[in-house]
Design a protein around this ligand. Structure first.
Ligand SMILES: NC(=O)c1ccc[n+]([C@@H]2O[C@H](COP(=O)([O-])OP(=O)(O)OC[C@H]3O[C@@H](n4cnc5c(N)ncnc54)[C@H](O)[C@@H]3O)[C@@H](O)[C@H]2O)c1
Length: 351
């Protein structure tokens, strides 16, 4: 039988105000009345209002996990750690590799090195990314398994940081028996991803973040949807509630030192994804064909779900139609908030 709930536990969520982190915090609070969560976040790419700050099971620490004053607040009374902090995302990391290092690679190293002697810790779940191991192909994708070797050629410092995080997860497990579990995500979408969340990170991707919230916002506003490389690439889109269930399955059922894909197991081209969003949003938007992004060679990919289903009991439940309907409704309900976070960056970017 697979566990789905925590007993009395102290849980740390690093990057807890972010898109995935805040959804994870809410899901754990909802189902586990005896847990206490400490969310740590420097709000580099998040808004703290994404967290239920009035819940007395939650403590929020505003700061970087790479700062000693923040690490000093973590003592050996923690049951689980979810490490979700990142320098979001590929384009920000290409613009400023040093900021990526400070908030991505270095956060992982500082955190793991600080907690390596903690005796009570049952699991540290590291959020890795399928992009750092997937084969780069525009031919038909085959499922990426957990056994894939990483290519030495990466498209961005972000991708390099994610795979270095895996190297450190394995190193700290082997050397110090730190019970790390790597959760390799595919592309997450869903409520709580706020366009423009956090600080300006050098490029328009600060505002537009990822393809799904961008397409949904533009579809709602009747603006054309930008299709780079004619939308030929494909992705394995996974709804955020499923990712959170997968992270919890990694924490409760994952084997220390091991890695699990948290994926839907299907891929869809970006062009098909755009058309589906336009249809579900009942939008008048068209698509705008753009050239391929020079740095982006990732092509078509999806994750194999065989191992995570067999070993940790994880299977994605939410299909594309349901997931997109919920995300579009959430975006419409929160439009004025989203537009106010986008507007923060208007000095840098003509929206
Ligand atoms: N969203 C996806 O499609 C996806 C895919 C693969 C992997 N991931 C991984 O999942 C994790 C969560 O991603 P997300 O989409 O929620 O991104 P996000 O940007 O919303 O969340 C990352 C959080 O980390 C915080 N952060 C940055 N630097 C920090 C620091 N030094 N100390 C503390 N907090 C810091 C940010 O403010 C933000 O809240 C990331 O590690 C990401 O690499 C996400």
């Amino acid at each position: 039988m697979f566990e789905t709930k925590f007993n009395t536990s102290k849980i740390i969520v690093v990057g807890g105000a972010g898109f995935v982190g805040s959804n994870l915090v809410k899901m754990i609070l909802q189902n586990n009345p005896l847990t206490h969560i400490v969310a740590i976040d420097n709000l580099m790419s998040a808004e703290k209002e994404n967290l239920p700050l009035d819940n007395n099971q939650l403590t929020f620490i505003h700061g970087s996990i790479a700062d000693q004053s923040v690490l000093d607040q973590l003592q050996d009374d923690i049951d689980y750690i979810f490490h979700l902090a990142t320098y979001h995302g590929n384009q920000s990391s290409i613009y400023d590799p040093l900021a990526d290092h400070a908030n991505n690679t270095y956060t992982t190293l500082r955190l793991m090195d600080w907690v390596k002697q903690f005796k009570k810790l049952k699991k540290l779940v590291y959020s890795s990314a399928g992009c750092s191991v997937a084969e780069k192909t525009f031919d038909e994708a085959k499922a990426t398994t957990e056994q894939e070797f990483t290519n030495i050629k990466h498209d961005s410092p972000y991708s390099i940081s994610k795979i270095i995080g895996e190297f450190y997860s394995v190193y700290y497990f082997n050397q110090h028996q730190l019970p790390t579990v790597r959760a390799r995500f595919q592309n997450v979408y869903g409520p709580g991803e706020i366009l423009g969340a956090g600080e300006w990170r050098g490029t328009p991707a600060t505002v537009w973040r990822n393809v799904t919230p961008t397409f949904i916002y533009k579809a709602i506003k009747g603006i054309d949807l930008p299709l780079e490389n004619a939308g030929l690439a494909s992705r394995d889109f996974i709804y955020v509630e499923d990712i959170c269930r997968g992270l919890i399955a990694c924490a409760l059922n994952g084997k220390p030192g091991d890695v699990y894909n948290i994926a839907s197991g299907n891929d869809i081209t970006i062009a098909e994804w755009a058309n589906l969003i336009v249809k579900i949003a009942d939008s008048s938007s068209n698509v705008e064909l753009l050239p391929k992004r020079i740095w982006d060679n990732s092509g078509k990919r999806y994750g194999s779900t065989e191992k995570s289903e067999r070993v940790i009991g994880f299977r994605a439940r939410v299909g594309y139609n349901e997931g997109l309907q919920k995300t579009i409704s959430w975006t419409k309900e929160h439009l004025s908030w989203i537009e106010s976070t986008m507007k923060k960056h208007e000095n840098y970017l003509r929206l």
